[in-house]
Write a new protein. Structure first.
Lengths: 369, 293, 412
């Protein structure tokens, strides 16, 4: 697996035999990305503050889901307890800004680092658990979070929670606070996406995936499994902790009820719906978490959860490997059409070559089958 | 001493509640290899069915049997209609589907029956039994007894009937099972149906203690997961022992570790479980799956 | 693997995002001068849990919604129909913020009526006051909602938890100076409010009467262990701060294990129909609580026109609801208070005027409030209901006894 990926990367870098088509593909991809980024940047001029707030929340969840995807999709470790890291990030920011008066910017970084450390430390014992047992050990983490938050009330304000201020707009930018928060979340999301992309395409990413696909083989090939698995847990928690920090800044309130077990389950559901073995899946998953419950209750006020459940099941029927997986294929077909089917080197058309199968395998590995 | 004994007894009876749902979880895991998040809500829903039958004037035992039949049909039908089409989907997709089922059952039950708690009759006598200074509640004893009875029946089923052996074979090796003529897909549906029946019996036993309402099983499911993890997901007996240990452990933590008291009792109990897993990663009674490299 | 493709699909993700935006933007509404009010309509918002573990409370707002529908069938308030928009927040504070912002910024409601839950209201507290949108008659008994100086746009409704607890404390000091008090409370702000009010009511000396405090979480399946501990410590007074399901469990468990303390049950769970009946009327004998609403199952109110009207209303407008559930009585009374304020505001339905009217309710007596209980506010007193009367359960109904306690000034 690892070798296949590296070969493809080399093929892509070397340009293969048909440099013209290669370049066309590159510009197509670059153009699509640039267009979408520009569109995202333009949104604040068209949307109300409330809608911006919703999108900010989606961006923030996307950061958290990205962390979860790295862990589950690319390293084969499942977590039902990422709400705990979200809470850790959120409370770090809440406590640092309100008690110590530290600038929120520093607290975002501190939240990330603290979560990284916590995730790494939790990842160490978690090494011994596999599949189902890891899922349930992490579930324990999620369950304990509200109780622990309430217990240390001198720090956390107990069940009353902590009210904080919205981040002020810096440098006299001509933005209101919601617009600023939107750009802030967007910027951090883009940064997070690039970092994840970079991480996963490199040596570290290949090692992570090798462990997922065949831990014994990876170990024999010289990958330090234990270190990589704990580190992945840490990195994953880092993303989620940063999201938690931003989430609390957006809502301006942190309370134990925010971080109950349903947050962790929401995160897992978002991750799977979006597509767990993908980077972009995080965005789809986040859109699901933020928007679908709102639409669900428009359909049925009496039983909103029933509608949500139907949506969840329907999506799994339509896209068992997540939205991203389906879009990968559609995009692949589009590229083929534009660049000409024969023009693409064989190892650049992985869209049908068992993307689903691969997703499935890793997901199975994640649940210990 | 009196407190200690009382807490152990009380822990056994709540442990019985956890054990009964844990048993259903383990059963479905053993017969289909899946963790069913909707198990608790299915049990809740079938208990409401029994409640409806009782309200329609049925006797307790006819309603009991009716609910079990309904549960079997529900479990069987869900496997055929909802789970089966996703046979080739990744396991995580199936987990999400069961979470979807959880929200649907919870919401629909609330919609039909409202969230007001309802008393549910018990088949056991109401008068408490006094043994020395201890006061035993027949319903508590009943939950423990019925859970142990179900465990025995499940053991007998899996070890002494052809059907049970066939179901075990399907989980161990579906391909070979198919080759020897076992209808694999029906076995899986059967597993769902049976787990639903075990859940239904659990619901009928638990409802008199915690009252019937749509969220009756939410907390129980969490503890059942913890119990099954502690005992080992691959062992039905382990899950039941895990349930009892969990119940007692939680009570004793809340009572004797005064530093944390009741405020952190769940956290401490969970920490103990994680510690146990560190020493024995497949639970107290679980077998480690041998993997071929 | 597939990171390259991921980058590409990333683009598609953004595309989807833009499409979503387009759809939403198309549905946007222009800002009105007087939000939520037209010649024929007045728009009112709300958030409550209709899904998740706290969904038992949702019925309160369903009753309110049904009440508004009845008002609309009777030609509305001053000729305007009430448009009631109630969103599900699942008792999750971030969701409350999101849905409340939707109400205010997208639906342009005139006010936020009876949002439910202490953490949920805390999350929108500063937002509502910054944007000067009335957050009226919030459905929580925390004492912080009566703060007209710093939060002039937020007002409570029900008697505060802490003042109720103080009432019990006063009674205990008076009648049972030798009490050994055991407390069971829900480990959250609601439970803590009660316990703090109780301690304050007991004073420094009385505080020594408390022999044990036990807590439970809403996720706990049972509270048997806690009851056993309270019995074994030898408590003869039981202060029971639990929500309905756990209250029923506590009443029954105490009875079963032969523990018969003087049992003070918080008003939250005083409903005969939905708490005491399930627990067993025999087991409920001797319970003490503080009431401010009529219990509609009480035979004493059989001919009472207010109760009759309520039962007829429930039958016609909310037949799925359980009329004997105390929560529904609360929803009915809340809605009545709201309609009263809208009526009084008359033609001037500005947000400022709504607050002004809400802050100047004089001795409003609603038919489902107990005799002697009234809704009364002033610009410096944002605690609408401050009277209650102790009652003892005699196996059939709450038997009121003693005087009507007026706790004006000790709601905090």
């Amino acid at each position: 697996m690892a070798t296949a990926t590296s070969k493809r990367d080399q093929g892509a870098v070397a340009g293969g035999t048909n440099a013209g088509q290669e370049r066309r593909l590159f510009w197509l991809r670059f153009g699509a990305l640039a267009f979408l980024l520009a569109a995202a940047c333009a949104l604040p001029f068209y949307l109300s503050n409330y809608q911006l707030f919703e999108f900010s929340q989606a961006f923030i969840y996307a950061i958290a889901l990205l962390g979860l995807n790295i862990l589950i999709g690319y390293n084969g470790q499942i977590s039902l307890g990422h709400g705990a890291f979200y809470a850790l990030g959120g409370y770090t920011t809440a406590i640092m800004t309100t008690r110590w008066g530290i600038h929120y910017g520093w607290t975002i970084a501190a939240s990330g680092l603290l979560s990284l450390a916590a995730g790494f430390l939790f990842g160490l014992p978690a090494l011994r658990f596999e599949g189902l047992y890891l899922a349930l050990a992490t579930l324990a983490l999620a369950l304990a979070t509200p109780q622990v938050l309430k217990y240390f009330d001198t720090w956390t304000g107990g069940s009353q929670g902590i009210v904080l201020d919205k981040p002020p707009v810096p440098l006299d930018l001509p933005l209101n606070q919601d617009q600023y928060l939107y750009y802030l979340s967007l910027a951090i999301l883009v940064l997070a996406l690039i970092m994840a992309w970079n991480l996963l395409r490199g040596r570290v990413g290949r090692a992570m995936m090798a462990i997922r696909d065949n831990p014994v083989a990876a170990e024999t090939m010289g990958v330090h499994n234990a270190l990589y698995k704990s580190l992945t847990f840490g990195v994953s928690a880092l993303y989620t902790g940063i999201a938690g920090s931003l989430g609390v800044l957006a809502v301006t309130f942190a309370a134990p009820d925010t971080f109950n077990v349903f947050l962790s389950i929401d995160l897992l559901a978002g991750s799977v719906v979006g597509g767990v073995v993908s980077i972009s899946g995080a965005i789809f998953g986040a859109l699901f978490i933020v928007f679908v419950p709102v639409y669900a209750q428009q359909i049925s006020q009496a039983a909103p959860w029933a509608i949500l459940g139907v949506f969840l099941i329907a999506l799994m029927y339509l896209m068992p490997n997540g939205c991203a997986s389906l879009l990968h294929r559609l995009w692949g077909a589009l590229e083929k059409k534009i660049a000409g089917a024969s023009a693409i080197p064989a190892d650049l058309t992985p869209f049908e070559d068992g993307a689903a199968e691969e997703d499935q395998r890793s997901a199975r590995a994640a649940s210990g089958d | 001493m009196q407190t200690f004994v009382a807490q152990v007894i009380s822990g056994l009876s709540t442990g019985g509640i956890y054990a009964s749902i844990a048993l259903a979880l383990v059963l479905i895991y053993q017969s289909t290899g899946l963790v069913n998040f909707a198990q608790g809500e299915m049990a809740m829903f079938t208990t409401y069915m029994a409640w409806s039958m009782l309200n329609a004037g049925w006797g307790y035992w006819p309603a009991f049997v009716g609910a079990c039949l309904f549960a079997f049909a529900l479990g069987f039908g869900l496997e055929r209609l909802v789970i089966r089409p996703l046979e080739t989907a990744p396991e995580l997709a199936l987990v999400i589907v069961t979470i979807g089922l959880l929200t649907i059952f919870n919401s629909v039950a609330g919609w039909i029956y409202t969230y007001t708690i309802k008393p549910f009759p018990s088949p056991f006598p109401a008068a408490p039994i006094k043994v020395g200074f201890m006061v035993l509640n027949p319903q508590d004893l009943g939950v423990v007894g019925v859970t142990l009875l179900m465990l025995a029946l499940i053991y007998l089923f899996f070890h002494s009937t052809r059907l049970g052996l066939a179901m075990r074979a399907v989980v161990e090796n579906p391909v070979s099972s198919r080759l020897v003529g076992i209808r694999v897909s029906w076995m899986l549906a059967l597993g769902w149906g049976m787990a639903a029946v075990v859940g239904a019996v659990a619901g009928l036993m638990v409802a008199p203690l915690v009252f019937l309402e749509p969220n009756m099983m939410g907390g129980v499911l969490i503890y059942a997961f913890a119990s099954a993890t502690l005992g080992g997901f691959s062992s039905a007996g382990g899950a039941v022992v895990g349930g009892f240990v969990m119940g007692i452990l939680e009570n004793l933590t809340g009572t004797y570790i005064t530093l944390v008291g009741t405020k952190l009792k769940l956290t401490v109990a969970l920490a103990v479980i994680v510690l146990v897993l560190l020493i024995k990663p497949t639970g107290l009674f679980g077998r480690a799956a041998v993997r071929r490299v | 693997m597939g990171t390259r493709r991921s980058l590409v699909t990333l683009s598609l993700a953004f595309l989807l995002l833009v499409l979503t935006v387009g759809l939403i933007a198309a549905g946007g509404v222009a800002l009105a001068d007087e939000p939520g009010v037209t010649a024929s309509e007045v728009k009112i918002g709300n958030t409550a849990p209709y899904s998740g573990p706290a969904s038992a409370y949702g019925t309160i707002l369903k009753t309110s919604a049904a009440y508004f529908k009845m008002i609309n069938d009777r030609r509305g308030v001053n000729g305007r129909k009430i448009v009631f928009i109630s969103y599900d927040d699942g008792y999750s504070p971030p969701r409350t913020v999101e849905m409340t912002r939707k109400l205010v910024e997208q639906d342009h409601v005139l006010l936020d009526f009876a949002p439910l839950g202490t953490p949920c209201n805390s999350a929108i507290w500063s937002y509502m006051n910054r944007y000067k949108v009335p957050q009226l008659f919030v459905l929580t008994g925390a004492s912080k909602w009566g703060d007209p100086k710093d939060h002039p746009w937020t007002m409570g409704w029900q008697p505060t938890y802490s003042s109720e607890a103080a009432t019990y404390a006063k009674y205990i000091l008076e009648k049972m100076p030798q009490a050994k008090i055991g407390i069971l409370y829900q480990n959250d702000d609601y439970g803590k409010d009660y316990v703090n009010g109780f301690r304050r009511g007991l004073g420094d000396k009385g505080r020594k009467l408390i022999v044990m405090e036990q807590t439970y979480e809403t996720t706990d399946p049972t509270i048997d262990s806690q009851i056993v501990n309270l019995k074994n410590i030898g408590a003869n007074v039981f202060f029971d701060v639990t929500t309905p399901k756990f209250a029923s469990q506590a009443i029954r468990k105490a009875y079963e294990i032969g523990w018969h303390p003087v049992h003070f049950l918080n008003n939250v769970s005083a409903s005969v129909g939905s708490v005491l009946k399930p627990a067993g009327l025999e087991a409920s004998k001797g319970l003490v609580t503080a009431l401010y609403e009529k219990d509609v199952t009480d035979p004493r109110w059989e001919g009472d026109p207010g109760v009759k009207e309520y039962l007829a209303f429930m039958k016609k407008y909310y037949p799925q609801g359980d009329a004997t559930d105390g929560f529904n009585v609360t929803g009915y009374l809340e809605a009545q208070t709201m309609v009263y304020v809208l009526k009084r505001a008359g033609k001037n339905l500005s947000r400022a005027n709504i607050m002004k009217v809400a802050a100047n309710i004089h001795d409003l007596r609603l038919p489902l409030l107990l005799p002697g209980v009234r809704i009364h506010t002033t610009p410096t007193d944002f605690y609408p209901i401050e009277q209650r009367q102790l009652a003892r359960f005699d196996g059939q109904r709450w038997e009121l006894f003693g005087k009507v306690y007026d706790v004006s000034g000790m709601s905090r």
